[in-house]
Write a protein of this length. Structure first.
Length: 136
């Protein structure tokens, strides 16, 4: 009984402190193509994060979408298809209660930028920008 409890506690701890791509079993490999975000839950105090994404999509049409994240949900945030493959992404991130959030912005398998936000921050990102490190 003790060993079963120990295995359960170790497994639960690994899931709580790991925000890598393999944590969410529902994540489809196609969702990891293009833009997507990882919330570093161990460094995020905000209970909600809003992402406003915009830029020129295929066929030279301007696209704009909003994505929301809430504590307790997957740390992997999927970007809507309409803005997933934009070359130059305008990204505005807002946190609840002006609390800190640590977010890794990825394009495909590459971390484009690691962002620490308290309140609101705006970034212009290109999918070919220099690579950054993600703390989670």
């Amino acid at each position: 009984m003790k060993s079963l409890l120990s295995i359960f506690l170790i497994g639960s701890s690994a899931l709580l402190f790991n925000c890598s791509q393999g944590v969410n079993p529902q994540t489809n490999n196609n969702d990891m193509e293009g833009w997507h975000f990882h919330i570093c839950s161990n460094e995020t105090e905000a209970s909600r994060v809003w992402f406003e994404l915009s830029g020129m999509g295929d066929n030279s049409t301007y696209e704009s979408r909003e994505v929301k994240w809430q504590r307790g949900r997957s740390t992997f945030v999927i970007v809507p298809k309409e803005v997933r493959f934009i070359e130059d992404l305008n990204l505005s991130v807002r946190t609840s209660g002006k609390r800190k959030a640590r977010i890794c912005v990825l394009y495909g398998q590459y971390v484009i930028k690691s962002i620490e936000v308290t309140g609101t921050e705006t970034n212009k990102l290109n999918r070919d920008d220099n690579r950054d490190n993600c703390p989670c």
